[in-house]
Design a protein around this ligand. Structure first.
Ligand code: A5P
Length: 233
């Protein structure tokens, strides 16, 4: 019997993870300033970002979203979302989640099937900020790696990607199939190069350290900030 229950007593692992996702999203929202051009990622962590941005009551904002789901969630809290074509300018900041974050800064993304659009936004950003709960930090990357592929010739594309299989999920925001590469990831750069050069692949979910400016990981004792390899613009 103890007089003092342990921290987080009574809270499920899922609730603790959700609290961490919210904490990382709130920390990232604090980096956004009036008048910025902002890219919004996709996923359950980013779902906490839109209310956090709305709560800041920022002025003169220009938002774009990496998926219809994010655009809908942003609009629901009063953020005005534009297409990239409407913005027609590079982005000041992009904030997005990740499935896995390696110690050297490599990421796996695409659990929500939106990694192609997410990578386009990240590449167009002066600052790309990754937000995550603690369990996303891994010792080394492991399968699956999401890969967006065209319907046309998908059987041949899958053969070339082997070991890989189609994921049973809705299509990407651009209507393509999502496959999962299931092999070892001994050398992320070599694998990224192989996946990118496979005919029929639209985009893969490996994000190189050079794309990432900041990594905000929320854990039991708060949000930890790691600097990424992408230099400030
Ligand atoms: C969406 O396609 C993904 O890249 C997400 O950013 C990633 O899967 C993280 O999602 P959660 O925040 O839901 O874990």
């Amino acid at each position: 019997v103890t007089d003092h229950p342990p921290p987080n007593s009574g809270r499920s692992d899922g609730q603790i993870t959700d609290d961490q996702k919210r904490a990382a999203a709130v920390a990232a929202a604090a980096l956004v300033e009036d008048g910025m051009y902002v890219g919004l990622g996709t996923g359950s962590t980013v779902a906490y970002l839109m209310p956090a941005l709305a709560a800041r009551d920022l002025k003169g904002m220009h938002y774009t979203a990496s998926s219809p789901a994010t655009a809908t969630a942003a609009t629901a809290v009063g953020l005005t979302v534009h297409s990239p074509e409407e913005l027609n300018r590079r982005l000041d900041i992009v904030i997005d989640g990740a499935d896995q974050i390696a110690p050297d800064g490599w990421l796996i993304k695409g659990g929500g099937a939106a990694h192609t659009r997410e990578k386009i936004l990240a590449a167009a950003a002066a600052r790309f900020v990754v937000i995550a709960s603690a369990e996303k930090a891994v010792a080394s990357l492991h399968a699956p790696v999401p890969v967006e592929i065209l319907h046309f010739g998908a059987t041949w594309t899958l053969e070339a990607l082997a070991p890989a299989k189609l994921r049973d999920c809705p299509p990407s925001p651009d209507g393509n199939l999502i496959a999962d590469y299931l092999g070892a990831i001994d050398d992320p750069a070599a694998l990224a190069s192989r996946l990118a050069s496979t005919a029929g692949v639209v985009e893969h979910g490996l994000f190189a350290p050079g794309m990432v400016s900041d990594i905000l990981i929320a854990g039991p004792s708060g949000v930890t900030h790691r600097s990424g390899a992408k230099a400030p613009a």
